[in-house]
Design a protein around this ligand. Structure first.
Ligand code: SAM
Length: 281
């Protein structure tokens, strides 16, 4: 950080439970803020009190009217506006994207001070593939809308990361098990806090475990990707039928190539059968 930081918008991640996770840079930026835009002034005021910082607070969320947002963007011309949420990384299932959009459109300096995020913390704990993941936030609360959302997620070849409350954990896991099948999954709870835990199992076993249990605290559900679809197996009769059709207007090599591609079988196998069917084997 330069000693006199530039005016603009600073997006600052704050702890998701453990105060030790306030980074040095987050502290410096908070200290130098002209105003801290937050979801709830009591929640952020309490955090600042705990870490010994006192700066002006302003309530701001994505429902703020255009005029309120415009005033904040105007202030960024010569003031340091810091955006925080109640806990974790702003904009991740939290307000802020409209403010960032408008600040960018107005040509303001925008920077992000990374830090805690429950989705990433849960994902790293789960022991599930992390090379591709989809963060889906909170599923809808109503069963029908939730089932539709799960159906949309079913075909995605990636781990899924979801936020959920303890109250709704059981029904949510049951719906995930019904819609996604027996995938490996994890329930990560109270991350970075005293009672942090990460329970792993298949969706079915987790749904059974939490069927009558409404655990306290905050929860991230991580679901592993769908199993790779096994290559289609076709018996000789099916291959022969397709080849006989293809051989009506193509020589064995071309018919074999066509059938191999359409059935997803090795070309050599199709060619060997094509030769046998045409008496050239
Ligand atoms: N912006 C936040 C972030 O970066 O993680 C998330 C805000 S979202 C409104 C709150 C949800 O995040 C909670 O309902 C829970 O699903 C998840 N969450 C937040 N803190 C958590 C924690 N310490 N352990 C597990 N999940 C947490």
């Amino acid at each position: 950080m330069p000693s006199s930081p530039l005016p603009g918008l600073y997006i600052v991640a704050t702890p998701i439970g453990n105060l030790g996770d306030v980074s040095t840079r987050a502290r410096e930026v908070l200290l130098s803020a002209d105003v801290i835009a937050c979801e709830d002034t009591r929640v952020t005021g309490h955090l600042l009190h705990l870490i010994g910082i006192k700066r002006p607070l302003l309530r701001h969320d994505d429902h703020a009217d255009d005029a309120a947002r415009a005033r904040l963007v105007e202030r960024m011309a010569d003031e340091r506006v810091v955006l925080v949420c109640d806990a974790g990384t702003p904009l991740i299932s939290d307000p802020g994207y409209r403010l960032v959009r408008d600040a960018r459109a107005a040509g303001r300096m925008v920077t992000s001070i990374p830090g805690p995020c429950a989705a990433i913390t849960g994902l790293t704990l789960a022991g599930l593939p992390t090379d591709r993941f989809l963060f889906a936030g909170f599923l809808p609360a109503k069963a029908k809308a939730r089932d539709e959302a799960i159906a949309e997620l079913a075909g995605i070849r990636a781990s899924l990361v979801l936020y959920e409350s303890g109250q709704r954990l059981g029904p949510c896991l049951a719906a995930l098990a019904a819609g996604l099948g027996e995938r490996d999954a994890a329930v990560a709870r109270e991350l970075t806090k005293l009672h942090e835990e990460c329970v792993t199992g298949t969706l079915g076993t987790l749904a059974a475990r939490y069927a009558d249990d409404k655990p306290k605290g905050e929860i991230v559900i991580i679901v592993g990707p769908p199993a790779a679809v096994a290559p289609a197996t076709h018996d000789d009769a099916a291959v022969d039928a397709a080849l006989l059709n293809a051989l009506t207007d193509a020589p064995p090599a071309r018919a074999a190539k066509t059938v191999a591609a359409s059935l997803g079988i090795p070309r050599e196998r199709a060619y060997a059968r094509a030769l046998a069917l045409t008496g050239k084997a």
